[in-house]
Write a protein of this length. Structure first.
Length: 207
């Protein structure tokens, strides 16, 4: 059975997909979750991680996502069908095949990701960890593996967006995202949820 035919079969069998917002840490996934919420989509978030200086509009996380690799209980994902859940790229491989997933995958310049992560760790007084060079290698490997997985597993349909383009052209990117997710979202509200002032650590910027 071809990949396209398998995807058609799965849509009939499993119904509404789980909408997954994914990408590297500090890549803009929280911004995308805020856009979907503003557009009228229900989001899966337990609210345990409160907004702070690093993410002033909230993290939109659910602790159960962090347990995907350890916990055999993934039944909660059934209730996430038709809703948006944030899953970092490293954990995409832990999503069970018993659901369909529409993945909005956010890409951001790695230099910006590294700068944002370093500032967050400094602000929290945490150790810096591996060097930027080593972290870049790890992130590049993670992105390659995630890309391969999303392309070759029939339970995934994927739309890639670039963080800088969402900030620069929120209306255009909001329309593209809404179309991918079925067209029922409020595009204007999605675009209005993008706060360009929060685009810190730009490539080539000193701060």
């Amino acid at each position: 059975m071809s990949l396209d035919l398998m995807k058609t079969y799965r849509r009939v069998r499993y119904g509404d997909p789980v909408v997954v917002v994914s990408g590297l840490p500090r890549s803009g996934t929280s911004m995308l979750m805020k856009m979907l919420e503003a557009g009228g989509m229900a989001v899966v978030s337990d609210g345990q991680r409160a907004a702070d200086d690093d993410n002033p509009r909230g993290y939109f996380e659910d602790e159960r996502v962090k347990d995907l690799a350890r916990s055999p209980d993934k039944a909660w994902l059934r209730d996430a069908r038709g809703k948006a859940v944030k899953v970092i790229s490293y954990l995409l491989k832990e999503l069970p095949p018993g659901h369909n997933y529409k993945v909005v995958f956010v890409r951001r310049e790695l230099g910006e990701v590294l700068a944002s992560q370093a500032k967050m760790l400094t602000r929290r007084g945490e150790a810096a960890g591996p060097s930027d060079g080593r972290m870049r290698e790890l992130f590049e490997s993670d992105l390659w593996k995630a890309g391969y997985l999303l392309k070759h597993r029939p339970w995934f349909e994927t739309l890639e967006v670039r963080y800088a383009e969402v900030v620069a052209r929120p209306g255009e990117e909001a329309r593209r995202i809404a179309a991918f997710l079925g067209g029922a979202l409020d595009v204007a509200a999605m675009a209005a949820a993008v706060d360009a002032s929060l685009y810190r650590n730009r490539a080539g910027s000193a701060g």
